[in-house]
Write a protein that binds this ligand. Structure first.
Ligand code: NAP
Length: 283
């Protein structure tokens, strides 16, 4: 272990936990790992990690990262571990994160809640960003270690905010993927292969991304006037997509759900407004 390197405990060696431990080993940290199924630690032990027999043994480290399937599964492990400083990287809801933070506070544990905006293969690369909330002192003290895993972004003292950002960002991803799959199915009805369509989808997505700051500014101001494209025209367009999807023999539930939402916003009086006005209906 080199100068400035820490002892880091990692609880959970699933796909993500193993990637976290691997990146920490690669950066020269002294890593002690625990997993319910100890056999999974083999490749990490070969690279210099120590295998702890119990969560408590791993939790004697300077800082402990936890990455298990769910908060419910994680809680008994954390109670058995009782670390000094805990960075929880298990995904959950803001309420679960706040409840874990309250438990940690009552147990005298310095707590940071994080969400990983990357896949295991991206950990330790420029493609990885991890959002954190919770104890600012613990975050600052562990910033160097956390930087090994991905770009660390601290959102503030609310331990639930990272989970809220996580779900908000994943929501964008899931909606986009559902839209893309709908598109592939639609053009596929006429024999267009994904490889032929995807380059056009990518450049279109980049153009659509360019609309986001303007939509965000309208949402922030509550001013929905537009000289670009009114909601009623978009709702009508969605109607065409639903009709064509059905006519081509494919499922239309994704565009139909968006159309139903847009139609309600039109019925509420936003037909001449910009798409941003749909937020009034969502709220
Ligand atoms: N994979 C991703 O792309 C990704 C991205 C961002 C965030 N995350 C989050 O990271 C967390 C872990 O995901 P993962 O992909 O690593 O999942 P995974 O490969 O399924 O690993 C699950 C981990 O939880 C442990 N576990 C499950 N049930 C347990 C129990 N009853 N008692 C003790 N340990 C138990 C497993 O231990 P065993 O090995 O003994 O089964 C394993 O260490 C999740 O909250 C996930 O949402 C994952």
């Amino acid at each position: 272990m080199g100068e400035g390197k820490k002892q880091v405990g990692v609880l959970g060696l699933g796909r993500m936990g193993a990637a976290l431990a691997g990146a920490l080993l690669g950066a020269g940290h002294d890593v002690v790992v625990w997993n319910r199924s100890p056999l999974k630690a083999g490749p990490l032990v070969d690279r210099g990690a120590r295998l702890a027999a119990t969560p408590a043994e791993a939790a004697s480290a300077d800082v402990v990262l936890s990455c298990l399937s769910t908060y419910d599964i994680q809680q008994p492990v954390l109670e058995a571990a009782s670390p000094k400083v805990l960075v929880n990287l298990t995904s959950g809801t803001p309420a679960e994160a706040r409840s874990a933070a309250a438990w940690a506070s009552s147990a005298g544990i310095d707590y940071v809640d994080g969400v990983i905006m990357a896949v295991p293969q991206g950990i330790g690369t420029a493609q990885s960003r991890i959002l954190y909330g919770g104890s600012p002192t613990a975050f600052s003290a562990q910033r160097e270690v956390l930087s090994v895993l991905g770009e660390p972004v601290f959102l503030g003292e609310d331990a639930g905010l990272a989970a809220l950002y996580d779900l908000a960002l994943l929501g964008i991803m899931w909606s986009t993927m559902a839209g893309y799959l709908q598109a592939l199915a639609l053009v596929g009805t006429e024999g267009v292969a994904p490889a032929a369509f995807t380059p056009m989808a990518l450049s279109w997505l980049s153009a659509v991304g360019g609309f986001l700051p303007g939509i965000g500014a309208q949402v922030a101001s509550g001013e929905y006037a537009t000289d670009v494209s009114a909601l009623d025209i978009n709702a009508a367009g969605l109607g065409l997509l639903v009709e064509t999807s059905r006519a081509q023999g494919i499922d239309a539930s994704v565009p139909a759900a968006v159309r139903e939402l847009f139609d309600r916003a039109v019925a509420s009086g936003h037909g001449a407004h910009a798409i941003a006005s749909v937020i009034e209906e969502i709220r």
